[in-house]
Design a protein around this ligand. Structure first.
Ligand code: NA7
Length: 532
């Protein structure tokens, strides 16, 4: 007998739904959450300007038609506080609080073959056993601060955007340095610039950013949309990105250039990243097609930023559009026209050190009152490796994945029986509307456990062969695209020493779902089951 059927690690979008889904299937479950509130990514990333780059109507649970109808989003793109309110509302509505233990960090989990169970340990010294564990730790949760000489000596405060002080930060009149110009840096920069005395943006790599055109969601629009929400969700499930995007269905290179420009202009005016990347079939597979959209975007930067030298520095080069996460902002580029903002090129003159009064590059010194790091995450594996997970014969997950993460269907790993990795490596997670991907994984795991129980099986584990074949399919699909061609967190390039492997499935959410369903229908093909 185990203490529980399932331990869920984390209470963000995936952990919250996992608790609900598993409980509804009659399982005993507890989620452990390190934060003192639920929400995961949306709990921790409370920096000013934090906003999702997927539209509210998509970035929300689809499992409950009632929830879908009664919740009302206020804006086209949801801001962090509203997403957090939504998740708390979900926990209230489905009475999930008794099953979520907050302020409790899971430190390890080890598999015991004799009892076919996991022992899960927590930082407060607790331990309990469960037949299954489901990691719901998020793909972007283990934040990283660059190892800069002298950072300890800095006299002002410094922050990472993913651990923002709850009480907020007052930058009024201060000289602020911002390191990092990914999605996060691009969102926080205009907020700091609006109040700071001066903002220095330290840019190592320029990023492509398209407008959001964020606006309030009008009542009439919402009513009309909600009348067809079910059909819309059905389309989303079958779609490539987990969001129905209308593309031309044709390659850009076969189109007259003036038609291409007209379409891009219309999409630029409408806002949003997915409509751009989904506009033509060859944008993410042909460098020549991608060059056209890249130049279109550089032209928009040049027409927005008044200083031509600054504009050129902001123009991304050397990697395809979309191979790093396409950023979204309505005011990032225009911010550089403010007299209190300057762009510092740390590609040509890297940061050398931090000193008590500021930051030194190889060419200049910058006097600063505060420093902000928007320097990203040890993505996909960081939060899993932060725990001491040990599978068959005590094998540490960190060793099993030392040369690259691998999971069959992106949801279960050879050597780690009865462990399910929600949105794990090998799944489409970060290349999709992740809420939909989370629901699909959680439901698949719920059904798998029900199938095992119905047959009296106690363990399930993917075979090494099935896992190898799946990961080689993942690579093959990725290598036919431009995605692996940038130094990004998608390939682990942002973490010194991390193996450079592209582990996300970019074959589309619809086909991926079909594959997972087919595996289940074939009696969990590629898995070994045992017991009873
Ligand atoms: P990202 O996208 O990983 O961006 C991190 C930024 O920080 C990026 O501009 C990096 O430059 C920069 N960075 C990282 N380390 C350093 C060092 N050591 N020195 C200088 N600059 C550095 O993280 P975000 O938080 O913006 O976004 C993560 C995801 O959240 C995003 O993709 C969305 O899915 C939501 P680099 O490009 O590596 O040269």
């Amino acid at each position: 007998m185990t203490d529980l059927d399932v331990v869920v690690v984390g209470a963000g979008f995936s952990g919250i739904y996992a608790v609900h889904a598993f409980r509804s299937a009659g399982l005993t479950v507890r989620a452990f959450e390190a934060g003192d509130g639920i929400g995961g990514t949306w709990f921790w990333n409370s920096y000013p300007g934090a906003r999702c780059d997927v539209e509210s109507k998509d970035y929300s649970y689809s499992f409950s038609p009632e929830l879908e109808q009664e919740w009302s989003w206020s804006e086209r793109y949801p801001a962090q506080p509203e997403i957090l309110r939504y998740l708390n509302y979900v926990a209230d509505k489905f009475a999930l609080w008794p099953y979520i233990q907050r302020s409790t960090r899971v430190t390890g989990a080890s598999w015991d073959a004799a009892t076919a169970s996991w022992t899960v340990t927590t930082a407060d010294g607790g331990a309990l056993t469960a037949r299954y564990i489901a990691t719901a730790v998020g793909c972007l949760s283990e934040f990283q601060v660059p190892d800069l000489p002298g950072l300890d000596s800095f006299e002002g405060p410094w922050y990472h955007t993913s651990r923002w002080p709850r009480a907020g930060v007052d930058f009024a009149g201060q000289r602020v340095g911002l390191v990092g110009t990914g999605s996060t840096g691009i969102q926080i920069a205009p907020e700091i610039a609006a109040v700071a005395g001066h903002l220095h943006v330290f840019q190592r790599t320029a990023n492509f950013a398209v407008p959001n055109r964020n606006r309030p969601w009008l009542d009439a629009e919402e009513r009309e949309f909600k009348s067809r929400y079910r059909q819309y969700r059905a389309q989303a499930r079958e779609s490539f990105l987990g969001v129905p995007v209308t593309g031309t269905g044709r390659p850009l290179l076969s189109e007259p250039p003036e038609d291409v420009q007209r379409l891009f202009t219309a999409r630029w005016q409408a806002g949003g990243g997915m409509p751009f990347l989904g506009a033509y079939t060859d944008l993410l597979v042909s460098q020549a097609a991608n060059d056209v959209v890249a130049e279109f975007m550089r032209d928009r930067i040049r027409e927005t930023v008044l200083d031509p030298e600054v504009a050129e520095l902001l123009c991304p080069r050397g990697y395809p559009v979309g191979a790093k996460r396409l950023c979204q902002s309505d005011d990032y580029y225009a911010m550089f026209n403010r007299p209190n903002v300057s762009l510092v090129d740390i590609r040509s003159a890297p940061i050398e050190s931090v000193y008590p009064g500021g930051l030194k590059t190889t060419s200049d010194s910058y006097e600063l009152d505060a420093l902000v790091f928007a320097t990203g995450f040890d993505a996909l594996t960081g939060a899993l490796f932060a725990m001491d997970i040990r599978g068959v014969a005590g094998l540490p997950l960190r060793s099993a994945w030392a040369t690259g993460a691998a999971a069959y269907l992106g949801v279960a790993a050879a050597g780690f029986p009865n462990m399910f990795v929600i949105t794990g490596p090998g799944s489409p997670a970060v290349f999709s509307n992740v809420v939909l991907s989370i629901e699909q994984h959680v439901e698949w795991v719920r059904d798998c456990i029900a199938w095992l129980r119905a047959r009296g099986h106690t363990t399930i584990e993917p075979t090494a062969d099935a896992q190898r074949a799946w990961m080689s399919h993942v690579s093959e699909v990725a290598n036919a695209t431009l995605f692996p061609k940038a130094d990004s967190w998608y390939v682990g390039a942002n973490i010194p020493g991390k193996p450079r492997v592209f582990t996300s499935y970019v074959g589309g959410c619809g086909p991926y779902r079909a594959k997972c369903d087919a595996v289940a229908a074939a009696g969990y093909e590629g898995f070994r089951v045992a017991g009873a």
